[in-house]
Ligand binder design. Structure first.
Ligand SMILES: Cc1cc2nc3c(=O)[nH]c(=O)nc-3n(C[C@H](O)[C@H](O)[C@H](O)COP(=O)(O)OP(=O)(O)OC[C@H]3O[C@@H](n4cnc5c(N)ncnc54)[C@H](O)[C@@H]3O)c2cc1C
Length: 393
């Protein structure tokens, strides 16, 4: 897309977010996802009419066909509200599932699972992490998929399967060959959630909030779940390879979404600092501590943004493998910036920062996880450091 065209698209999206989505935020924070769904669906129809549906999905499947770099810029705009990505149908985990179905799905899988997802008729989830094992090292996994006749029989226990509540299908990671080398033991298998044996045990309470629908994280048990072998996604034993593919672009989406959150939190912080009178003729913005927070936040956000765009550019030009260091560095660096900016914005708001009268507390509760999911900080730092040491050995 020509630079001036993408700029115009971003301007229109920015206006849409301000005028159509942010006004729904307070109700979303008070009532939750399911209660808001009819209103969110109305906005989704408007997005379709504007031609901005599924920005990162190729045009042949009904999306806008943006490059990773362009979608990063979109993600930053939509990240300014907790419901932005959902309204444009590019929310996790559906976005990642669409991408892997496009790359690895058979024509039948695309017809049955991908197209309804792209059209926004259904939602999906990704079920890899297990409570009994360290998710940081997912090669250790107890869930199994055993062949019987033309079926796989899946047994296992998962948790933090985000958005499983109300999802039409799950992409499940399960061991298909326990004797293969560690990275070739598992496969990804599509499981419709109405298959007998699929049990959503609970929406896990996260920081005091179990959430609902798309905005939730479930504990799920798979007991003798029988699905046809044609539900295998990609090749048998390629589960980890496909998961890695999904995570590269996914981290760009997340980081740009976090920068969108930072922009909104920053704006709220600056406006509050200018408004809040400490006494006659004195506002918070006159105090050096607040000035430091504003200046430091701006500098950190600018630095983080350039790092993410650089990583996206490298992935677009050289692929995910060549960009592994950049992807790891933005993952922990931007999550750190997000935590600091949110914390300063809440502190600037005082007691109001703790309420749900602004989205700051929602993000503070939910985005603490940014330092954990898609690889905890420590793991990303370890792999970056290892590669650096290797160069000097
Ligand atoms: C909000 C949220 C949404 C999620 N959504 C999904 C989802 O949709 N699907 C899914 O399958 N999973 C999901 N997850 C799970 C996520 O992928 C795991 O939490 C993550 O991989 C970490 O695994 P763990 O929680 O088992 O932590 P562990 O692996 O037990 O690690 C605990 C801590 O140990 C430290 N640590 C780990 N390894 C090292 C190391 N090598 N060196 C030093 N320190 C280390 C880190 O600080 C880490 O936080 C989600 C998690 C959250 C919080």
């Amino acid at each position: 897309m020509e630079p001036q065209v993408i700029d115009k698209v971003l301007d229109t999206m920015r206006q849409f977010v301000r005028e159509e989505i942010i006004p729904l935020e307070a109700e979303f924070l008070a009532k939750g996802f399911t209660a808001m769904l009819p209103k969110l669906q109305e906005k989704r129809e408007m997005v379709k009419k504007l031609g901005f549906w599924c920005p990162q999905i190729p045009e042949e499947y009904g999306g806008m066909g943006l490059s990773l770099m362009e979608h990063g810029l979109v993600s930053e705009v939509l990240g300014q509200t907790p419901i932005g990505h959902f309204v444009f149908n590019c929310q996790a985990p559906d976005a990642g599932n669409m991408e892997i179905l496009i790359d690895h799905g058979t024509p039948e899988q695309k017809e049955k699972f991908l197209l309804p997802l792209v059209r926004g008729e259904v939602r999906s989830c990704f079920s890899m992490t297990e409570p009994e094992h360290a998710g940081s090292n997912p090669v250790v996994m107890s869930t199994t998929a055993v062949k019987e006749g033309n079926s796989y029989i899946i047994d296992g226990h998962k948790w933090f399967t985000s958005a499983a509540d109300g999802a039409a299908f799950a992409v499940v990671m399960a061991v298909t060959d326990p004797h293969a080398s560690v990275h070739q033991r598992a496969s990804q298998i599509i499981v419709p959630t109405d298959t007998p044996g699929f049990e959503l045990i609970r929406n896990i309470s996260v920081m005091g909030e179990p959430g609902d629908g798309w905005a939730s994280h479930a504990e799920v048990r798979y007991s003798d779940v029988r699905v046809p072998q044609e539900n295998l996604l990609g090749q048998e034993g390629h589960g980890f390879a496909i998961a890695q593919e999904r995570l590269g672009p996914g981290r760009i989406h997340h980081c740009m979404r976090w920068l969108g959150i930072c922009e909104r939190a920053f704006e709220l912080m600056v406006k509050q600092a200018l408004l809040r009178e400490l006494g006659p003729g004195t506002v918070l913005a006159d105090k050096q501590t607040i000035q430091n927070w504003v200046a430091e936040s701006r500098a950190e956000m600018n630095a983080a943004r350039l790092m993410v765009l650089d990583a996206a550019n490298k992935i677009d030009k050289q692929g995910v493998y060549a960009s592994r260091n950049e992807i790891s560095m933005i993952k922990f660096f931007v999550a750190g910036v997000l935590m600091r900016v949110l914390d300063r914005a809440i502190q600037t708001h005082g007691a109001m920062g703790m309420t749900d009268d602004t989205p700051l507390a929602y993000w503070y509760r939910h985005e603490r996880a940014s330092r954990i999911y898609d690889g905890p900080d420590e793991v990303h730092k370890m792999v970056v450091a290892r590669r650096i040491f290797k160069q000097y050995r």
